[in-house]
Design a binder for this molecule. Structure first.
Ligand SMILES: CC(C)(COP(=O)(O)OP(=O)(O)OC[C@H]1O[C@@H](n2cnc3c(N)ncnc32)[C@H](O)[C@@H]1OP(=O)(O)O)[C@@H](O)C(=O)NCCC(=O)NCCS
Length: 214
């Protein structure tokens, strides 16, 4: 691929970012295997970043098309605060009004999530003091393995250094992505099991938390 450019996110990129989030949400594959409403899922995965901290987000573009993104934040505490105060209710209302929460597949996934919550599977240690920043990165399937993820992460790390942020951590359920983050200088901080995709995969999977000091 020629002419790939990494640049700061801008509001016209919002729909492409939401589309890529949908196409990659299941460990790099489309979300439709576990959830049937793109708008609700895209709100859950991207709304904080695109609407409340767009200055910390980057996109990769080739031939006038967005081919990947890195949605970042300098402060995970702020994400939690904004999510619970402003975004959660909006998602809840959207899911109820559109009927998204009542379809069989979606209701099953939500119940599995709640089950994981009660089984303490969603617990994660608080790494905020050492690693206050975070990121989510996704590249369109056909554009992976060509250095684009590396370019996005390098741009974000330079941005964090400019803003004197101490460290960055992230979580991923993609085993393949762990090698990528290790290559980018991240180290494994924590690993836990999650069972809410067991009905699709036939087994529980691990969630890996990686961190990098800056
Ligand atoms: C993970 C992902 C972001 C990596 O981006 P990418 O553009 O494919 O990766 P790059 O081509 O920039 O690779 C950068 C380096 O990591 C290495 N790397 C990338 N993917 C790898 C893999 N699956 N296994 C081993 N090494 C890998 C590359 O070899 C490369 O090293 P090099 O510079 O020495 O050649 C991308 O593949 C992706 O979007 N995957 C699906 C979604 C996902 O898993 N997102 C992460 C969850 S937060």
């Amino acid at each position: 691929m020629t002419g790939v450019a990494v640049r700061k996110y801008a509001p016209p990129d919002r729909e492409s970012v939401r589309q890529i989030a949908w196409l990659t949400a299941f460990m790099g594959e489309s979300a439709d295997v576990f959830f049937g409403d793109k708008e609700v899922l895209a709100d859950f995965l991207t709304l904080y970043f695109t609407d409340y901290e767009p200055q910390s987000c980057f996109v990769a573009q080739a031939d006038n098309r967005i081919i990947g993104y890195l949605l970042g934040s300098t402060d995970t505490r702020r994400i939690q605060k904004v999510f619970f105060l402003k975004i959660a209710t909006r998602i809840l209302l959207k899911g109820l009004v559109s009927g998204a929460f009542f379809s069989r597949n979606n209701a099953r996934f939500i119940l599995l999530l709640i089950k994981s919550l009660f089984a303490q599977e969603l617990y994660a240690p608080d790494f905020h003091a050492e690693f206050p920043a975070t990121l989510h990165i996704n590249i369109r399937k056909e554009c992976r393995g060509q250095g684009i993820g590396g370019m996005l992460v390098s741009s974000f790390l330079a941005y964090l250094q400019e803003h004197k942020v101490r460290g960055v951590c992230l979580s991923t359920m993609s085993e393949k992505a762990t090698s990528f983050f290790e290559k980018m200088g991240f180290r494994l901080l924590y690993r836990a099991n999650r069972s809410y995709f067991k009905n699709i995969l036939g087994h529980a999977i691990s969630v890996y938390t990686y961190g990098k000091r800056l």
